[in-house]
Design a protein around this ligand. Structure first.
Ligand code: FAD
Ligand code: NAP
Ligand code: MG
Length: 463
């Protein structure tokens, strides 16, 4: 008599950005070791993978009327050393076959992300142009039902899963605060999410509200590409670096009158455009309230055991939901741990014990004061994940030190920190110097980036 095969567990993944792709890669790594893997289906509402790194010129809605996911823009360069995010199972050397600089532009990092999975069957697991519309969980059957929309053929259908991995990102839905009188501002008022590049702001006087990465980077980019002036307005703390002439920081705007902004310190100024660099909301319109992660942007969102398992229901897994110093390598470590739980290799304690562990991390998170503290905290978190998985280990402490030097580099000179070079902890390779200083480099294409100037070119430039 034939033995009845046990039905394979089904795993649903929502999103094919770096986090969702890390989950697929984690299963492929297991398969490469000759192990049987569960059935995986990944849903991606865009037509291609890469999440944020898959640049879209669209604002508002995409081709099929879905909210545009991408928040990246033209001329976006990595804002941290690439050595801090390197996959430990796929190095930059393996991909580019030569040393490259520490701060590549977006198309180069997009190419790197794709390199690791293009060689595999990852694409076969992904249903593109498919939006996860709604999720429910059947307590009895212990299964998720996911309602999906195939956008291309405009068809709704549903599928069941034993585990659900939410990898839909959290830097896409703008947090858009109101300031009195802004409705009468005559110029453009946009959120950083809809900022697509500095060109249209040439010669303008810009007001950027916010004092974090978006404010800093969009401000510097607009300055680099020819804005007349950039004013950053902070709510809690200024970024506080020494700004070049043309960029300055003021306290928070109190209100607007026509094109005039009034600031808390009594200053008033006229502006041509306002860009809200006021962060993003964790938004999961496809999840019911009881399964939804509710958090602000921080290094340890509450309710997630090991930063990934939804404590009330660990079959529900969230990837990449924390604020990020570490990115690609953190998503990998999370995905490897999640995989081991889903295949039964990793046992996790009961809910109450999990909560104690979460509380321990939350308490430590509460005590963080400086950027250095933040880095140490996230390094400890990664080490904790590495200790329970077989993701290829990398020297986390050394990466932590690189992050700290990066913070110092930025403080020293916000316009030149991207010219610095770092050493890979994966291969030991020292980054190359880019052929052009970042402030003079207006072309962010991969071709230009990888181009090697001939000796004669260099000579003619120096003559
Ligand atoms: P995302 O990249 O956001 O991907 C999520 C995916 O889920 C998307 O493809 C989306 O289409 C899909 N999705 C969402 N909802 C649904 C749904 N309902 N159904 C189906 N699919 C869905 N990190 C760095 O390391 N270096 C940088 O220089 C850097 N720059 C950044 C610049 C900006 C402006 C922003 C916003 C972020 C930047 N980041 C940077 C951080 C970035 O968030 C991570 O690098 C990474 O993209 C996060 O990966 P993710 O897969 O978690 O999310
Ligand atoms: P963020 O880090 O969450 O910061 C949000 C900012 O908005 C904070 O300064 C916050 O001020 C401010 N804010 C929120 N509500 C406000 C209000 N009502 N009034 C005034 N200010 C308000 O978000 P982000 O800067 O958009 O960064 C998101 C992610 O994008 C990060 O991971 C970053 O690395 C990435 N990024 C990368 C690049 C790049 O160069 N590669 C460029 C841009 C962004 P408080 O301090 O007062 O809370
Ligand atoms: Mg944008």
């Amino acid at each position: 008599m034939k033995k009845k095969l046990t039905k394979k567990k089904r795993i649903g993944i929502i999103g094919a950005g770096p986090s969702g792709l890390a989950q697929i890669r984690a299963f492929e790594a297991l398969q490469n070791q000759g192990e049987d893997i569960p059935e995986i289906v990944c849903f991606e509402k865009q037509s291609n993978w890469g999440g944020m790194w898959n640049y879209s010129w669209r604002t508002g809605v995409g081709k099929y009327g879905e909210p545009t996911h991408g928040s990246m823009y033209k001329y976006l360069w990595s804002n941290g050393p690439k050595e801090c995010l390197e996959f430990s199972d796929y190095s930059f050397d393996e991909h580019f076959k030569k040393p490259i600089s520490s701060y590549p532009p977006r198309p180069v990092l997009f190419d790197y992300i794709q390199g690791r999975i293009k060689k595999s069957k990852a694409r076969d697991y992904i249903r593109f142009d498919t939006t996860a519309r709604w999720v429910s969980f059947d307590e009895k059957a212990k299964k998720f039902t996911v309602i999906l929309d195939d956008l291309k053929i405009d068809k709704t259908y549903s599928e069941e899963f034993d585990y659900l991995v939410v990898a839909s990102g959290h830097f896409s839905t703008p947090n858009m605060p109101y300031f009195k009188g802004i409705e009468n501002f005559p110029g453009a008022v946009i959120h950083a999410h809809d900022f697509k590049g500095a060109d249209q702001f040439k010669d303008q006087n810009l007001l950027l509200i916010g004092s974090s990465y978006s404010a800093e980077d969009i401000g510097v980019q607009c300055y680099k590409h020819g804005a007349n002036s950039v004013t950053l307005s902070y709510r809690s703390n200024p970024i506080g670096v020494e700004w070049p002439e043309g960029i300055k920081e003021l306290p928070l705007v109190t209100h607007f009158e026509d094109d005039k902004a009034f600031f808390k310190n009594g200053t008033t100024e006229r502006f041509d455009a306002v860009i809200m660099c006021t962060g993003y909301q964790h938004k999961f319109p496809f999840l019911p309230d009881e399964l939804r992660l509710k958090t602000k942007n921080n290094l340890y969102p509450d309710h997630l055991y090991k930063g990934i398992f939804f404590n009330k229901l660990p079959q529900l897994i969230y990837l990449g939901m924390q604020d990020q110093y570490y990115t690609f390598n953190m998503f990998d470590t999370q995905a490897w741990v999640a995989r081991d739980y889903m295949i039964g290799r990793l046992q996790i304690p009961e809910e109450a014990e999990r909560k104690l562990d979460i509380d321990k991390w939350l308490e430590a998170n509460d005590k963080l004061e400086t950027g250095f503290d933040d880095v140490d905290f996230q390094s400890e978190y990664i080490k904790d994940l590495l200790s329970i998985s077989d993701y290829p280990h990398f020297n986390v402490d050394e990466v932590g030190e690189m992050f700290k030097s990066w913070l110092k580099d930025k403080e020293e000179d916000i316009l030149t920190y991207r010219d610095k070079t770092y050493q890979s902890v994966v291969t030991g390779t020292m980054a190359a110097e880019h052929h052009t200083e970042w402030m003079d480099e207006l072309d962010d294409s991969k071709e230009r980036y990888l181009y090697e100037p001939e000796e004669e070119d260099i000579l003619s430039e120096t003559l």
